[in-house]
Write a protein that binds this ligand. Sequence first.
Ligand code: GLN
Length: 179
Amino acid sequence: MLRTVGAETVEVRLPHQLEGLDALVIPGGESTTIGKLVVRFELLEPLRIFAGHRPVWGTCAGMILLARDIGKGEPLLGLMDICVERNAFGRQTDSFTAALPVPALEQGVERPFPAVFIRAPIIRQARGKATELARLSDGSVVAAREGRWLATSFHPELTGDDRFHRYFLEMVRESVALP
Ligand code: GLN
């Protein structure tokens, strides 16, 4: 999806692979497992340093890794001032798709985003400089931004809608243009 909107991409599994990158996406998956691998492959400090001056987007499990507060358990990167609840909609079989209003993407034209939630977390609270970007009809906050960091509960890469990827690339362009 990132390539289709014009980005060059590489996969990052080891610290040295972060060198020279403009931005990072931390994907979905399983946050405990990703967290263990981050520690085992000594990525924790390099990721924190990278995120200190580059845009980072966490989707689903990636959002959990970015959060400063995950209720029970230790946060991993602890960057965004959001309180996140894991598996907030129940089990894997309770996964669903929703037409999600996202004002930052819609530019005045009503065109909800087709959001795919797979055993997804929600944002219980966005605090400080973190601002909400989207809510489900039940009020659950499912996307937020804090400066150069973006978090989505759902998986925009699993739809044909590239607006979230374009939005992130715009964040990357803004940050590259900064001194
Ligand atoms: N349930 C997973 C977790 O808590 C996240 C699922 C996903 O990334 N789709 O880590």
